[in-house]
Design a protein around this ligand. Structure first.
Ligand SMILES: C[S@@+](CC[C@H](N)C(=O)[O-])C[C@H]1O[C@@H](n2cnc3c(N)ncnc32)[C@H](O)[C@@H]1O
Length: 256
């Protein structure tokens, strides 16, 4: 049997993993560590540093190249599904090679494994293909928590609802009815520019929890362009960017 731990590691900062996460990391016999191309080499380096700091010699850390998703495919969900199948095949191959008699394996997941992360779905594929797999998921600090903490802002207004979505979905649907807080992740093209800005406030954060962390907040009408510019500059400088934002409709009662 394979005992798989999906371990949330926050932003990769040394003090983000919980004690529960460190215990699971240390007890793993095999840790699979994905490499995502030269652009995101810094991210792989953060995971390596966590292993070097917290993991004992007895644990085998094995790196693999993540296949790239076809970003141009017109069928987004179809492309994601076949990408997951490719990743599941790689995991299976690694497990058969490095834990042929079964054992404890761990995957380090950015932020929290339950939030816009497909590790659990990919692992389910292994189980449904017949692998004897038992899973545990260890929560981590999500980018959403890092964002609200960095801006000192509550996630919700008093008794209000929150929508968490992607740039793609926000662009397609516009501002949702009856919601005064929208959190947007996975937005490579600043979907906030397409909203009618009056009455909206934005809290934006990039590289949260990392040394190069950037924050900006203000009325959307005035802040949209500065965010677009800072984002472009930072992306050019580092070769990659991770950013997230919270949009709030101000109603005069509870501006935070
Ligand atoms: C595939 S999702 C993973 C989310 C992750 N599981 C979490 O709990 O934050 C990637 C998206 O999360 C956000 N993100 C992840 N890490 C971030 C960071 N350190 N700073 C800002 N945004 C981040 C970005 O919106 C990015 O496009």
């Amino acid at each position: 049997m394979i005992e798989l731990s999906l371990i949330g590691i926050g932003s990769g900062a040394a003090d983000h993993p919980t004690l529960q996460a460190l215990t699971a990391l240390r007890s793993a016999q095999l840790i699979l560590l994905p490499r995502k191309g030269a652009e995101k080499a810094e991210l792989a380096e953060l995971r390596r540093a966590l292993c070097a700091r917290y993991v004992e010699d007895a644990t085998r850390v094995v790196e693999f190249d993540m296949p790239a998703r076809d970003a141009e495919a017109p069928d987004y969900l179809g492309a994601v599904t076949s990408w997951h199948a490719q990743i599941a095949d790689i995991w299976k191959h690694m497990i058969l090679r490095h834990l042929p008699a079964g054992g404890r394996m761990a995957l380090m997941v950015w932020g929290d494994p339950a939030l816009y992360d497909s590790s659990l779905r990919i692992a389910e594929r292994l189980r449904s293909s017949g692998m004897d797999l038992r899973m545990q998921m260890i929560p981590g600090l999500s980018s959403l928590q890092l964002l609200t903490a960095a801006h000192l802002v509550p996630l919700n207004t008093l008794g209000g609802e929150v929508l968490i979505t992607t740039g793609r979905r926000l662009r397609a649907r516009g501002w949702p009815r009856d919601v005064d807080t929208v959190v947007v992740m996975l937005d490579g093209s600043c979907a906030f520019r397409e909203l009618e800005p009056s009455g909206l406030w934005i809290y934006w954060g990039a590289y949260l929890g990392m040394p190069q962390q950037m924050l900006l907040s203000g009325a959307l009408a005035q802040s949209a362009e500065p965010i677009v510019q800072q984002r472009e500059q930072a992306r050019a400088e580092h070769g990659w960017i991770l950013d997230i934002y919270l949009l709030r409709r101000l109603n005069g009662q509870d501006e935070n």
